[in-house]
Design a protein around this ligand. Structure first.
Ligand code: SF4
Length: 361
């Protein structure tokens, strides 16, 4: 029997599978998917060993039935995915995730090309820096039709990166090489046409996460933020997600830095590295709601297309990355999660006893 592997077959996120009509169902609160997330697939799986990932070789269940960011990734013929994507106006962008596999670079170029030939969707690639050693590979992706790339740095510090993705787990990825690729990608694709993925809750301090966001911004890469979710069967299945208050503070800091309303220099942290002053009035930002929506590559309308509904949490909530603009009642909940205690002056009014948030759920 022929194996169902890339590039003839490709995995889609569960959200993409529902949106393309491969499976029936709708999203909690009628969230609409605007970006198709696709993942290359090989029998051997991903050769990375990242401790927190459902694709990792170190996952207990072996290569079959693996998941990636919380939900299932069903496998479909590439041409059928393309055919269905063509008819969906709500879809603005497609993102092709390479995985760590010797064939991934060649197959990624093929998949980019097929989408470019058949659709008018914008194309992102979530690249695997470990497989890329020269600009030529990035230029080939651009030439094939990709207009943006993402780089999953994931862990905010070199120590955590090495411990969870590199030497600590016998994995192939290296911190300096990843950041080198961020710079190289900015050269090839242009400033802010590159995004870095960072996962909150892998063991970093808030100050270290904000440093990584600022570092990306200084190079020309916005941050696409994720909240750690303990993947069942992964070595970190027992590690808790970040406190909701912590995640909200990092979302606000990311927004302030990436929208150039301020920078880390103006923020203040306590002795535990907790963010206690954002350096600007955060009340209008909270009211607006945008800082708490999913961060990712944009669509035709300039707004985030990669909204990944419920990719980081159960739909029962609380929602970490809002796939739509938060409603007034969501904003009230967000204020409570942030421990806001002095609505007349939001500048530095996070309650000392509530900093850290009140719940991990
Ligand atoms: S933000 Fe979304 S579209 Fe952009 S690289 Fe990351 S996963 Fe892909």
């Amino acid at each position: 029997m022929t194996q169902k592997v890339s590039p003839e077959y490709i995995q889609t996120s569960l959200a993409a599978s529902l949106t393309l009509g491969f499976q029936q169902g709708s999203f909690h609160r009628n969230a609409k998917l605007k970006g198709l997330n696709l993942l290359l697939h090989y029998e051997e799986g991903c050769l990375g060993r990242c401790h927190f990932c459902g694709l990792s070789r170190s996952r207990r269940e072996g290569p079959k039935g693996k998941t990636f960011i919380r939900v299932d990734w069903p496998l479909y013929p590439l041409e059928e995915v393309i055919r269905r994507a063509k008819d969906k106006d709500q879809i603005h962008r497609v993102c092709i995730s390479m995985i760590t596999h010797p064939r991934a670079l060649k197959d990624t170029l093929y998949v980019i090309q097929r989408f470019k030939e058949e659709t008018d969707l914008s194309i992102s690639v979530l690249i695997t820096p470990t497989l890329i050693h020269h600009e030529g590979a990035l230029k080939a992706m651009k030439k094939a039709g990709a207009d943006r790339v993402g780089i999953a740095i994931d862990a905010a510090t070199p120590e955590l990166f090495d411990h969870l993705r590199g030497r600590g787990v016998g994995g192939p990825h290296r911190w300096d090489h990843y950041w080198g690729l961020v710079r190289m990608a900015v050269e090839v694709f242009g400033k802010f046409r590159v995004g870095i993925h960072l996962i909150v809750g892998l063991g970093e301090r808030e100050k270290e996460m904000v440093e990584a966001i600022q570092r990306g911004q200084d190079i020309g890469a916005h941050t696409h933020l994720f909240s750690f979710y303990p993947e069942k069967g992964s070595p970190m299945e027992g590690h808790p997600p970040p406190l909701i208050g912590e995640y909200r503070r990092i979302q606000l800091a990311r927004w302030i830095i990436n929208e150039a309303f301020g920078s880390m220099d103006e923020m203040k942290f306590d002795e535990k590295g907790i963010l206690v002053d954002f350096g600007i009035d955060i009340e209008p930002l909270i009211k607006m709601g945008d800082p708490f929506t999913t961060s990712g590559c944009p669509g035709r309308d300039g707004k985030v297309a990669c909204n990944r509904p419920y990719g980081n949490e159960r739909p029962s909530g609380p929602i970490r990355n809002f796939p739509f603009l938060p409603e007034p009642e969501d904003i009230e909940e967000i204020k409570a999660q942030l421990g806001i205690t002095c609505p007349s002056s939001f500048r530095a009014c996070l309650s000392a006893d509530k900093v850290g948030g009140s719940s991990r759920e």
